[in-house]
Design a protein around this ligand. Structure first.
Ligand SMILES: [Zn+2]
Length: 282
């Protein structure tokens, strides 16, 4: 793969900040500490002192005691133990936005182990894609779940014929990659199982891996529309496909950029932000 992404400047994206703290509303408890007065507390939470008193069955003359719990109603100021807003991550997303998540209704996996750069010690390598598994991606992803073209493009690989891994092939592969200390390209291709690749131009290619099958009429060279079914989820190429077929069904999806992949070498929070932006950004 010698093609590189277009040199066009990609927009710098700032993930939208979470709602400003002053937008917080709702009732919460406040525990009196030494030195508090009703007036102090009302002022701190931006509510009229009379309302604070009446919400708690008190009068303005009531004596407060340390440890007493007051109900704060209608405050626009959050309690102090309000979780801090998520830090804003600035990312420069070379893939841009407009990519369709390749499993209908799915979300970004909750586990960093299913995201790019996660270690794959069994093959002395790293993960280069996003895994969509039942229980981690907001939807069930059982055997046969359609894999959807993430963007329009041209099919450059479609494995109508696929030879499943056997125990002996797998043993040889694992022995090789562990001995050499990295997953070579050919071995990695075997570990991805049955695949479809789509070329989207400008150096972008998506790969749909571990497929159980592909549509009979999907042919290399064909143009596909975004959202078109390009394969069906399976477990081909996984270790489990040999030892215990059916337990590892998931879609492994890669968004390739030139000879690399989106998020290559980035820390987990940045990787997550990049894919969130690619799939859901505007
Ligand atoms: Zn994977």
């Amino acid at each position: 793969m010698t093609q590189t992404p277009s040199a066009a400047p990609s927009p710098t994206l700032t993930t939208p900040p979470t709602a400003a703290p002053t937008a917080t509303s709702g009732d919460f408890d406040y525990t009196i500490v030494s030195g508090d007065s009703l007036w102090d507390i009302a002022a701190r939470f931006g509510i009229p002192v009379e309302e604070l008193a009446s919400a708690n069955g008190l009068t303005l003359d009531s004596v407060l005691s340390v440890g007493q719990v007051l109900l704060i109603v209608g405050s626009t100021v959050p309690p102090e133990d309000e979780p801090a807003p998520e830090p804003t991550i600035e990312i420069d997303n070379p893939a841009g936005t407009g990519w369709l998540i390749p499993v209908a209704g799915a979300c970004i996996p909750s586990d960093d182990n299913q995201m790019p750069n996660a270690p794959r010690e069994y093959r002395a390598g790293i993960h280069e894609g996003v895994d969509f598994f039942t229980d981690f991606a907001c939807v069930d992803v059982p055997l046969g779940t359609p894999a959807l073209a993430s963007k329009a493009g041209r099919v450059i690989r479609v494995d109508h014929i696929y030879e499943p891994l056997t125990q002996s092939t797998l043993d040889e592969l694992l022995a090789k990659v562990v001995a050499q200390g990295f997953t070579d390209t050919a071995s990695l291709d075997r570990f991805r199982g049955r695949q479809v690749w789509i070329d989207h131009g400008d150096g972008f290619i998506t790969r749909y891996s571990h497929l159980e099958g592909v549509p009979d009429d999907l042919l290399a060279g064909a143009t596909v529309a975004q959202g078109e079914v390009v394969g069906f989820v399976g477990d081909s190429g996984t270790l489990e496909s040999v030892a215990s077929p059916g337990v590892e069904n998931h879609l492994h999806f890669e968004l390739r950029i030139g000879s690399s992949f989106l998020g290559d070498g980035d820390p987990p929070d940045v990787v997550r932000a990049l894919y969130t932006d690619a799939f859901f950004g505007e």
